[in-house]
Design a protein around this ligand. Structure first.
Ligand code: ATP
Length: 558
């Protein structure tokens, strides 16, 4: 419903049982007192209210709280209740319709919002019957999930304003160095007058120091302006929002770019590799993403111009002395940590868990670019994304939607005990056009393939087999190898029948595949049993945080 419709609904159709206001009010007039986003508080100013002797309690229906869907609110008052108090209470509530609870670890708050209020910020942590509870921290701010006014209220400032890591030293103002000496003592060696604090010589100390600083909201690196060389020619023309990111990269030399899915992060990476023209290592989490990068590079360094040599580095192939090497995280970690590069690109950089891939931080490179559409780790180690990648940039999802660069697909949640039957009916009767079905478990995928006649693409297929199958079949089943980064612009529908428990990131990433679609009316259908919904319903939280509308389809409707 639009705001205008809501207002109309509120004024012309009081809820059943509500007493007509005119009965009780001697004089009234109507004004909108607040109008913000989806929320409208409509209030009639009541000059006088007469309680009638035959009706000690009456319904006061003159404060309309127009929400996304709900009817206008009713307030029951008795003869002792002051109408003005009621009005100002609601008006005050609407000025700040949430509670903020600071958490023990500092720099983190829980934001508690009644569900009927259309206000969100940060990561949706949990839901009760009546409340949404969000976690708001530095990372949420960097990911563009905290509205300006809330940022001011929370005062989520970095703990230190001047500290930076410069070579082997931590430098900054004398006051902040005094505090840092105590706070990060484990990683620091000695204070040196007029220079700063010498960091302990081990790589681990340096890494720990950087992690602690990032946790405290400090971006610890001194910027390293980029020298552009443009030895290779690319035909990519940056979009305006990518150009802004490029300017930021040129200034900083290390950057974590957090645009929405399909916003062109990998494209941007290819452009950056062209302007550096030194040796580049692109690290990706899956074989499928190796093909995406290979395709983008082949297509956008035209044959006619000077072209970089490209090497693939994973289980079956080990081509490392090339201008651009595309490697999996595992192979890079096992074989490439002693190499030197001009530029490192970490794609889907939320994959840096604490103990393993984080060692990639020690790769030697002059510039770094880290790319993620979901820069949040449910294990709480989000700082690593920035420690490895660099200063955060980008991320206003709404801007990209509004300007029409990416589209938000419709999401339908089907709660059903007969998934396969519903899948067949969706495929055969309801959904037209190219369709991908997500199914994690190999045994279920194979059964589904037998029942539907669609091919099942999974990790045992080689890169070549995967692209052949996708090319030949407009409808197919895929395992989680297609969760992230895959660019399939011709897919119209995605149906998900089997998934990784309550993973919000997987859900968001899978819906993100449809944000690459160039077709109108793309639809995402998630099939869950009632038991799965009860246990894994939090899968949907990432979608709610990003303003996706999820329509629930019951068994009868489906
Ligand atoms: N500058 C550009 N010019 C033309 N097309 C672009 C540009 N940037 C992005 N695109 C289009 O957007 C599509 C998605 O881009 P890309 O794969 O880089 O997105 P992404 O942000 O990396 O997505 P994901 O987060 O899902 O990995 C590309 O296939 C391309 O068609």
């Amino acid at each position: 419903m639009t705001n205008a419709q809501e207002e109309k609904a509120g004024t012309t159709a009081p809820p059943s049982g509500a007493t007509n206001a005119a009965e009780d009010a001697v004089a009234s007039s109507s004004t909108i007192i607040r109008h913000e986003g989806q929320t409208v508080v409509k209030q009639r100013n009541v000059a006088e209210v007469k309680a009638r002797a035959d009706r000690p309690h009456f319904v006061y229906n003159r404060v309309y709280v127009g929400l996304a869907k709900g009817p206008c609110e009713e307030y029951s008052i008795d003869r002792d209740t002051s109408v003005l108090t009621r009005d100002s209470t609601v008006a005050d509530f609407m000025k700040k319709p949430y509670a903020l609870i600071p958490q023990a670890e500092g720099n983190t708050y829980l934001l508690v919002v009644p569900k009927w209020i259309d206000y969100k910020a940060g990561w949706l942590e949990t839901q009760t019957e009546t409340y949404n509870i969000y976690k708001v921290d530095h990372y949420a701010t960097w990911a563009g999930l905290v509205p300006e006014e809330l940022r001011e209220e929370l005062d989520l400032k970095p703990r230190f304003l001047t500290l930076k890591i410069q070579g082997d030293y931590l430098v900054g103002s004398e006051d902040e160095l005094d505090d840092a000496w105590i706070r990060y003592r484990d990683s620091l060696l000695r204070r040196e007058e007029g220079i700063g604090i010498r960091i302990k010589p081990s790589r681990a100390s340096r890494f720990n120091l950087a992690s602690r600083l990032v946790e405290d909201g400090v971006i610890p690196w001194t910027s390293k302006p980029v020298e552009q060389r443009w030895k290779w020619q690319t035909d990519i023309q940056l979009r305006p929002y990518q150009q802004e990111a490029f300017d930021f990269f040129l200034k900083n030399g290390a950057m974590t770019l957090v645009y929405p899915f399909g916003g062109g992060k990998s494209f941007f990476g290819v452009y950056v590799a062209a302007c550096i023209s030194g040796r580049t290592l692109v690290v990706v989490p899956s074989l499928s993403l190796i093909s995406v990068w290979q395709k983008y590079i082949m297509e956008h360094f035209p044959d006619s111009g000077s072209r970089p040599s490209v090497g693939l580095f994973y289980g079956a192939k080990k081509e490392k002395h090339k201008d651009i090497t595309i490697a999996t995280y595992d192979s890079a970690l096992a074989h490439l940590t002693k190499e030197k590069y001009e530029l490192l690109i970490f794609d889907e950089s939320h994959h840096f868990p604490a103990e393993t891939y984080s060692r990639l931080a020690f790769l030697d490179a002059r510039y770094r670019l880290s790319l993620s559409g979901s820069p949040h780790r449910e294990d709480g180690r989000s700082e690593l994304i920035y420690v490895l990648g660099g200063a955060p940039y980008g991320s206003d999802w709404e801007r990209l939607f509004k300007e029409g660069w990416v589209k938000r697909p419709e999401v339908y949640l089907h709660v059903t005990s007969t998934k396969l039957m519903l899948l067949k009916s969706l495929l055969e009767e309801k959904l037209k056009g190219p369709t991908m079905v997500f199914c994690d478990t190999i045994a279920i995928g194979e059964d589904t393939s037998r029942i539907t006649g669609l091919p099942y693409i999974h990790g045992r297929h080689s890169l070549k087999e995967r692209s052949e199958l996708v090319r030949k079949h407009p409808r197919f089943i895929a395992s989680r190898i297609f969760d992230e980064g895959i660019d399939l612009p011709d897919i119209k529908n995605i149906i998900e029948i089997d998934f990784l428990g309550g993973s919000r990131r997987q859900q968001l990433q899978r819906v993100g595949r449809l944000m690459h679609s160039v077709l109108e009316g793309a639809e995402y259908h998630l099939l869950m049993s009632p038991e799965e919904l009860a246990k894994y319903g939090k899968r949907l939280y990432g979608l709610y945080s990003r303003n996706f509308r999820v329509s629930v389809v019951t068994e009868q409707q489906g």
